[in-house]
Design a protein around this ligand. Structure first.
Ligand code: KIV
Ligand code: ZN
Length: 514
């Protein structure tokens, strides 16, 4: 049976989704989850892109152990050097270098002849091999490149030391039968001298179909992302490729992956929470409705025999369907810990459990019943708000006549309490303005989302704020969870500010290191 290597690029191509930027801590959190999921290779970023990327890759390299850690680099010396340095501490490492090979890219973007492109590719692979034994070479825009030229450049980079040849359909243009033909032809030519990889974009909604078609033709690595995140319309979704291979094992009986599918749903949720990009409700495998049956006929069928309308069990991908009532007011810490472990949070420290338990108790004071989802969101909220440079102490809202409101805010910063008040167009606007005033920062709200966790008027509100502070070139995301939407919003806005400051600090630390 052949192993299909799962190369996850959520932290690199996925981060190229508009608005999906993540800080180093968040990237480490996702990388550790990807490792748990069983991903073979994690593309942790593009080391030369920014100091923040370099820092995140280095942290991931030193904190992971089973997955291979990879950095992307253009086929230029400085990029490759940074890639090599960023992954130096990884147990298993790879440099992924690329140059475009299509006529349109070579002529207009690179302004290079095909001979120059081959030379640059060979030099890049040779230089990358001075840092690592495992080098992947990508023929960017392979989907629109000439087959004979692709064979020539593949021969040259394999001789130079590349062990994986990636054929990206960079603009998502190809159809499944065309990818099949391209891979079959290349596989015959390469004749096992290197592994063939695919990296399909989803501009025509065909990325997953194209990846599966390529596997049939001989590709043994697929590059993909959680929730299909990525540049423009995204990349092939990891969860869809893996579940297609698994559910249709009758057909794909020659292939296996190392993915532990029961971690698919928790990983999808974590990525959605951190990036603030929720999968569409009808998204295959991880959408909110992927396992719900709405029509009476379907519900009747499912009740009589589940397989009438379900081709996989929700539990196979880690979806727990009964959002059960968990513990109550009288439950102790030991019972809470058992519950949390049973829910799969097996890497929490005692102090993290204690923090979550305190918040759970506060919720029990306000609500009769607490559901699994409430617990799950409380735990991830604690993780998402680990940066506590500014911490919310209190919020008071008054005077909501004719749309105007006054917010009085107290914030703890370096053990001192700072307070101020502000008028705004409604409570949320007033709160954000008051936070700006207290912290002496100027934030512009780019996006704001509120979601109710579980059901009922007293449901917890989950708020995600996307904010641009000062004149930064990037947006940051903050998360807040509270039964009171205004408090959740204040927490989310402060979370975004903490993330901004930590990104700024790590960038300036790096300037002195690299
Ligand atoms: O889409 C693409 O071609 C890429 C390469 C850098 C692999 O992301
Ligand atoms: Zn890409």
């Amino acid at each position: 049976m052949d192993n299909i290597i799962i190369f996850d690029t959520t932290l690199r191509d996925g981060e190229q989704s508009p608005g999906a930027s993540m800080n180093a801590k968040q990237k480490v959190q996702i990388a550790l989850q990807l490792e748990k999921l069983g991903v073979d290779i994690i593309e942790a970023g593009f080391a030369a892109a920014s100091d923040g990327d370099f820092e995140a890759i280095s942290q991931i390299a030193s904190q992971t152990s089973t997955s291979k850690i990879c950095s992307l680099s253009r086929a230029v010396e400085n990029d490759i050097k940074k890639a090599g340095q960023s992954i130096a501490r990884a147990k298993h490492k790879r440099i992924h270098t690329f140059i475009a090979t299509s006529p349109i890219h070579m002529k207009y973007k690179l302004k290079m002849s095909s001979d120059e492109v081959v030379k640059r590719a060979v030099d890049a692979v040779k230089y990358a091999r001075t840092f690592v034994d495992d080098v992947e070479f990508s023929l960017e825009d392979a989907g629109r490149s000439d087959m004979n030229f692709m064979k020539d450049i593949a021969d040259a980079v394999i001789d130079a030391g590349a062990s994986t040849i990636n054929l990206p359909d960079t603009v998502g243009y190809r159809l499944p039968f065309e990818i099949y033909n391209m891979v079959e032809d290349m596989a015959k030519h390469i004749n096992n001298r290197a592994i063939i990889s695919l990296h399909n974009h989803n501009d025509l909604g065909l990325a997953v179909a194209n990846s599966l078609s390529g596997i049939q033709a001989g590709a043994r690595q697929v590059e993909c992302t959680i929730n299909g995140l990525g540049e423009r319309a995204g990349n092939a979704a990891l969860e869809e490729i893996v579940m297609a291979l698994s559910v249709r094992h009758d057909f794909y009986n020659n292939f296996k992956t190392n993915i532990n599918t029961k971690y698919i749903s928790p990983t999808s949720r974590l990525v959605a929470q951190i990036t603030g990009i929720q999968p569409q409700p009808n998204k295959a495998i991880v959408g909110k409705n992927a396992f719900s049956h709405e029509s009476g006929i379907h519900q009747d069928g499912v009740l009589k025999h589940i397989e009438t309308y379900e081709i996989m069990k929700p539990a196979d991908v880690g979806v727990e369907q009964n959002n059960t009532i968990v513990l109550g007011k009288l439950s102790g810490k030991a019972a809470f810990k058992n519950k949390v472990l049973a829910m799969g949070f097996d890497t929490l420290s005692d102090s993290e459990i204690k923090q979550a338990f305190d918040r759970f108790k506060m919720l029990c004071d306000k609500r009769k019943v607490v559901h699994d989802d409430d617990i799950r969101f409380i735990i991830s909220d604690e993780k998402l708000n680990e940066d506590k440079l500014y911490e919310l102490k209190s919020v008071q809202i008054s005077n909501c006549t004719s749309g105007l409101a006054t917010a009085t805010i107290s914030i703890i910063h370096k053990d001192k309490i700072y307070s101020d008040a502000c008028i705004g167009d409604g409570a949320i606007d007033a709160v954000f303005k008051a936070i700006d005033r207290v912290t002496k920062q100027k934030g512009s709200l780019v996006d704001y989302q509120v979601q109710a966790i579980s059901e009922g008027k007293d449901a917890l509100a989950k708020v995600i704020c996307k904010v641009k502070f000062d004149d930064a070139k990037f947006n940051v995301i903050g998360h807040g969870l509270n039964i009171d939407t205004v408090l959740a919003s204040a927490r989310a806005y402060l979370g975004a500010l903490n993330s901004y400051i930590s990104m700024k600090n790590s960038a300036s630390r790096n300037k002195h290191q690299v």
